[in-house]
Design a protein around this ligand. Structure first.
Ligand SMILES: [Cu+2]
Length: 153
């Protein structure tokens, strides 16, 4: 009697499983998110992280949102042949199935323009990622020291 009850329970759990989705953004895992403390609010901040696509579909990141900054945007820093670097919006980031894309100093980053508050070391702020399938993912980004070079400090 106990055994059949367990079986029935197991069966109902199986039936209750959500069906696989083709959307994809729920397959994104964010790793090692970090940012740097700011002196004030006059200069933009930046946030870095690794976006890992654990799914079987390409996922496209379209934009960012955070209460910390009025104009968050995805940027990329490029260095030309003369060693001069400049940065600008990249529009979107495509993350192929099974691959990772790094947002890191000197490369792509989450630019936090028009800061609303100072970024204080030891605090965190929420950053919402918006994907092409309409899915969103909110990450708590730790604020490290002003001279930090990575998530280890
Ligand atoms: Cu930038």
């Amino acid at each position: 009697m106990r055994y059949s009850t367990a079986l029935a329970l197991a069966f109902s759990m199986l039936v209750g499983l959500p069906t696989a989705s083709v959307a994809g953004s729920e397959d994104i895992v964010v790793e090692d998110a970090w940012s740097r403390a700011s002196i004030g609010i006059n200069r933009p901040g930046a946030a870095y992280m690794t976006l890992r696509n654990t799914g079987t579909d390409t996922v496209t990141l379209l934009g960012l949102e955070t209460p910390l900054a009025m104009m968050p945007d995805i940027h990329e820093t490029k260095t030309d042949a003369n060693g001069v670097s400049s940065m600008g919006p990249v529009g979107e980031i495509t993350i192929p199935a099974g691959e990772s894309v790094a947002l890191e100093p000197g490369g792509m980053h989450a630019m936090l323009m028009r800061l609303q508050t100072k970024m204080v070391e030891g605090e965190t702020f929420p950053l919402t990622l918006t994907f092409a399938d309409g899915g969103t993912l909110t990450v708590d980004v730790p604020i490290l020291g002003i001279a930090a070079r990575g998530p280890e400090g």
